[in-house]
Design a protein around this ligand. Structure first.
Ligand code: ADP
Length: 517
């Protein structure tokens, strides 16, 4: 309710009071939840579930939950999940998420500068049971050695004035320890005062069936070359790992000047970079200035400009959204999920190829933009005149643009919602003929949003929902159908698939109207 209240016109004073009500009630809720959880465990009433879950998503989700606070403080959040490691395991994913979120929340709380790294490691094993270690490492205030032994006891905080400065109950670690032990694992900490801490836990979990990897969205990236520009070495390494498993070769630079020199050297050697993946905030010249310099440098040299992808944190998001221009192709908010990074690179590369002169050799695979070009004539305004209106629910600005552009080529008007919640609000305001729904989105994901849509509809009119998903990472067609979606297209979106989905789901009356025209 305070959230709703804050969305109404309020005077400055009223807004401030409402904000205080909201933060205080959130703090109170957190304390109540901790106490309830703890008493439940102590009473022996907590039972664990075992179901297949995606561990990589859990780490990514936990990082997204703590990202706003980390971003406000300027602390880098990094998720490292070994690319070849199994992602789907069987266990109590919700409780694992709770432990990871608690450790990550603490790490951000006690870190003022530097980074927080969430990492998974797998011990070699021949069994179907996997032994894994999740660690959360920070560059924060650290913990005095004599306190390390008691930290996992209930109501314990490293220093007695912690509550005043940092808040908290001293229950989080006690709960995490109990949960990990209930799952048969162990938990521990290493720390150096003033340097930082590493909290870790290890578990043995059976592997679930791994989803089939669909190389389609990433096939076009194989063999390309990317320069990663970031002053944080850990961040460079993680991005390198994320892209190398898709066959992208990479180099790195820690500052703008070094990046420019590396780009020139690569160009001179005849193996130029195709992408620059740059952090926004760097000492000695930010990412935006680098983008402009690269643009000018390539123009002067008469060379093709590499596709420029900017990684930014939330507080800079709005100012940087306006920055997507001649020098910056897209901005992504950190921490960036691997699926999103690959999907964005694939889409940007497709768009780039489309704007190039006709390739001498036909592309190996129909990519979104290439197919757009090829089908443009044939499909021009195909659904024109049927008056259909569709909603695209998608948080990634690049994908939004691509979907809307393709739909308009097909003669269909599309509105855009930035996440599931916005999508729901728009659906309540007007009716749509088809909804194209991304699955992974902040605030409310596509599965949840579709669940709400179906509940609100009851037995009334059912709007067709078509999932848009990168199959490799986000699960299968079955999962979409289970959640009340009707159809499924994979990303990067291809115009042919959009056309097929529209033909399948626009009401027969509308298509009929179309055939008559
Ligand atoms: P809370 O955070 O609610 O106080 P926890 O049980 O989660 O309770 O943590 C207990 C104490 O451990 C914290 O108050 C803090 O003193 C210390 N601590 C936990 N994580 C960290 C960290 N990453 N860096 C420094 N101190 C930490």
């Amino acid at each position: 309710m305070t959230g709703l209240l804050l969305d109404t016109p309020l005077s400055g004073e009223q807004r401030e009071y409402a904000e205080i009500v909201r933060t205080s009630s959130e703090a109170l809720l957190a304390i109540i939840n901790d106490i309830l959880d703890f008493s439940k465990i102590e009473a022996g009433k907590l039972s664990l579930d075992a179901f297949p879950f995606d561990l990589r998503s859990i780490l990514e989700e936990a990082s997204e939950i703590v990202a706003p606070t980390a971003n406000q403080k300027g602390v880098d959040l990094i998720v490292h999940y070994p690319t070849a490691a199994p992602t789907h395991l069987v266990g109590d994913g919700d409780r694992i998420r709770q432990v990871v979120t608690n450790l990550a929340g603490n790490a951000v709380k006690f870190t003022a500068t530097g980074h927080v790294l969430l990492a998974a490691e797998f011990l070699p094993s021949r069994d179907p049971v996997t032994e894994l270690r999740i660690s959360v490492t920070d560059t924060g205030i650290g913990i005095p050695a004599h306190k390390l032994g008691t930290l996992f006891e209930k109501f314990t905080q490293a220093d007695s004035c912690t509550t005043r400065k940092y808040g908290g109950t001293g229950l989080g670690l006690a709960i995490s320890k109990r949960l990990v032990e209930l799952m048969g694992g162990s938990i521990g900490v290493q720390s150096q005062e003033g340097k930082g801490s590493q909290f870790w836990f290890s578990l043995k979990l059976p592997q679930a069936e791994q989803p089939e990897v669909n190389p389609a969205p990433s096939g076009i990236l194989r063999g390309l070359r990317a320069l990663i520009v970031d002053d944080n070495e850990v961040n460079c390494r993680v991005v390198r790992d994320q892209i190398s498993s898709y066959g992208i070769r990479s180099g790195s630079a820690s500052a703008a000047g070094e990046a420019l020199a590396e780009l020139r050297a690569a160009r001179a050697s005849g193996d130029p970079y195709d992408f620059v993946i740059s952090d926004f905030q760097m000492p000695g010249g930010d990412g935006a200035a680098l983008a402009v310099t690269v643009h000018q440098d390539c123009a002067t040299a008469g060379a093709t400009r590499p596709v420029f992808l900017m990684l930014t944190s939330v507080p800079h998001w709005r100012e940087q959204k306006g920055m997507e221009d001649a020098s910056v192709d897209a901005c992504l908010v950190k921490p960036v999920r691997q699926a999103r990074l690959i999907e964005t690179l694939a889409t940007l590369w497709s768009l780039r190829r489309q704007s190039e002169p006709e390739p001498a050799v036909p592309p190996p695979q129909e990519s979104s933009a290439a197919s757009l070009g090829a089908l443009q004539e044939r499909t021009a305004s195909e659904f024109d005149g049927c008056g259909a209106r569709v909603l695209v629910v998608e948080d990634n600005a690049v994908n939004q643009k691509v979907a809307v552009m393709m739909l308009s080529k097909l003669g269909v008007r599309a509105d855009v919602a930035g996440n599931g919640r916005e999508g729901l609000e728009m659906l309540q305001m007007r009716s749509y003929d088809v909804v194209f729904m991304d699955c992974q989105m902040p605030e409310m994901n596509g599965y949840e949003a579709t669940g709400y849509i179906r509940r609100l509809e009851g037995s009334g009119n059912r709007v067709p929902v078509v999932a848009m998903t990168a199959t490799a990472i986000e699960g299968s067609r079955e999962r979409c159908l289970e959640h009340g979606m009707d159809d499924f297209i994979s990303k990067p979106v291809q115009i042919g698939e959009l056309r097929r989905a529209l033909a399948a789901w626009l009401q027969p009356a509308e298509v009929g109207r179309l055939k008559d025209t």
